[in-house]
Design a protein around this ligand. Structure first.
Ligand code: NAD
Length: 494
């Protein structure tokens, strides 16, 4: 049974509730995950609350010293972590290693957070009056994370929160919880006091307990849009700070002057890498002009047909299975709907089967042409290995289409035209923009976040925005008047 990590110790949930964890490549049950009760979550919050004052009072450099050791240990164990990810998620080993490395970069950033907690000081803001401000931790904060980056997304949150002086409760995805526990183990070996990071596995009951607890000051959420919106509304109605990152539909515009080979390579990796289960995956290609569209399709079809789908431990695999049998069915039925609604299915990945892995949740890559904006496959996030081509007559139509979509996570333009690229970056209603870069995931010292229904709340995640999210500003105005007594002043100081 996969356990919780509370106050530095592994404890099995006593709720009597559990659910299986699968290997998506084989369909086998590998573990049972204990699902914690509301009372168990409340007890974990109490542990984090008890640890908070001492951790907040610890000098930031001492906190950072633990973070440096944590960073070292993640580096040393990157291979083991990647294997845990692949076993429960299904992504290839190389892809899982990339995930660990992007998560580790946030830990590296967190090592330098003392520099960002520095305040500002103004002498003589009035006669004999000085003013200073600094950023202080919130107390207990919590993170709720999705299945698709079981190591990286939690690392977007707790290293930043903890380096800022908060204590943390992590409620990971139920589908691939083992990498989280392995990394939490390394965290405790790094010298952090018990109770600073607590991992509580569970479902909705655990999430609701976090959202309602008066002892939790802030919630970071990453997952699908309906749940992000729910978490944002319930958490903020309870007076908490909430950053809730949701789903996406990321478009890649291909201009007539683009380097088509480069664009096709980019689209293959960004559309089908990790079986399309990335919130920054490109799921819509928008070639501008019929000539561009025909050239794109001609090069793309053989590449999608030749995709190497296989288990994570096969070094030749370019893409693994999807996460669950239900996900496979949902993606297949969305493909069915695309066919029914009149899109041209040029490559059909629905009936793919892999010898020796017949019970795994594999799908081949699928490619649609002539998709229109009223179709479900265009409007919904498919979160699978399916790319839709929507032909645009001109640049303006491409931009309007992207701006009108309810999601606003990422987008990319492929072009050699600097004017077009600059205009695109300026005007597009999307949070993260790539210019000849298909997956513009910001590095750890910038911040990650979409617009529109891809993010609820004011703050993007990690980087400087993460520091602001997990701290609040205090400003102190002080006077040491000596012998000069002013007497009572009733008017506002002019
Ligand atoms: P999900 O919304 O199903 O689950 C996310 C978390 O919410 C999990 O921890 C889960 O236990 C919890 N949860 C699920 N249902 C709940 C409910 N009814 N009440 C309270 N909590 C609930 O998401 P997922 O399927 O694990 O992840 C895929 C989704 O995450 C996709 O939509 C993807 O785009 C999105 N995502 C977004 C980003 C981003 O940065 N914007 C990054 C990664 C993934």
């Amino acid at each position: 049974m996969i356990k919780n990590l509370i106050n530095g110790a592994y404890v099995e949930s006593a709720s009597g509730q559990s659910q299986p964890v699968y290997n998506p490549a084989t369909g086998e049950v590998t573990e049972q995950l204990g699902l914690s009760s509301a009372d168990e979550m409340t007890a974990a919050i109490a542990v984090a609350s008890a640890a908070a004052p001492e951790w907040a009072a610890m000098p930031p450099l001492k906190r950072a010293a633990c973070m440096f050791r944590f960073n070292e240990l993640i580096g040393k164990h990157a291979d083991d972590i990647a294997r845990e990810i692949s076993r429960e998620h299904g992504k290839t080993h190389a892809d899982a290693l990339g995930e660990v490395s992007r998560g580790k970069e946030v830990v590296e950033f967190a090592c330098g957070i003392p520099n960002l907690l520095k305040g500002e000081f103004s002498r003589n803001v009035g006669p004999g009056i000085d003013s200073y401000s600094d950023r202080q931790p919130l107390g207990v904060v919590a993170g709720i994370t999705p299945f698709n980056f079981p190591a990286m997304v939690p690392l977007w949150m707790y290293p930043v929160a903890i380096a800022c002086g908060n204590t943390f409760i992590l409620k990971p995805s139920e589908r691939d919880p083992s990498a989280v526990n392995l990394i939490a183990d390394l965290f405790h070996q790094s010298g952090f006091p018990n109770g600073v990071l607590n991992v509580v596995h569970g479902g909705k009951e655990c999430v609701d307990t976090l959202l309602d607890s008066p002892d939790v000051q802030a919630i970071s959420f990453v997952g699908s849009t309906p749940i992000a919106e729910y978490v944002y509304q319930r958490g903020s109605a309870n007076g908490k700070r909430v950053q809730a990152l949701g789903g996406a539909k990321n478009h890649m515009v291909i201009m007539p002057d683009a380097d088509m080979d480069q664009a096709v390579d980019a689209l293959m990796g960004a559309g089908f890498g990790s079986a399309g289960e990335r919130c920054m995956a490109i799921s819509v290609a928008v070639p501008v002009g019929e000539g561009t569209a025909d050239a794109l399709i001609k090069k793309l079809v053989p590449r999608v047909e030749a995709l190497k789908v296989g288990p994570a431990d096969d070094p030749d695999s370019e893409m693994g299975p999807v996460i669950t049998a239900e996900a496979k069915d949902r993606i297949s039925s969305l493909i069915d709907s695309g066919v029914k609604e009149g899109a041209s299915l040029l490559v059909d990945g629905r009936s793919m089967s892999l010898q020796g892995y017949e019970n795994g949740y594999f799908l081949g890559g699928s490619l649609f042409d002539h998709v229109t904006t009223d179709m479900a496959i265009y409007q919904q996030e498919i979160f699978g290995p399916v790319v839709s081509v929507v032909r645009a007559t001109d640049y303006d139509q491409a931009v309007t289409m992207i701006n009108d979509h309810e999601y606003g996570n990422g987008t990319a333009i492929f072009t050699r035209d600097g004017d077009a690229a600059r205009a695109f970056a300026d005007s597009i209603q999307i949070g993260m923009v790539g210019i000849n870069v298909p997956l513009p995931v910001p590095v750890a010292y910038h911040s990650f976040g979409g617009w529109k229904r891809s993010l609820f709340g004011d703050h993007s995640i990690y980087g400087p925005e993460g520091v602001h999210f997990y701290t609040r500003l205090k400003t102190v105005t002080s006077r040491w008047p000596g012998g000069n007594r002013e007497g009572a002043v009733f008017s506002f100081p002019a």
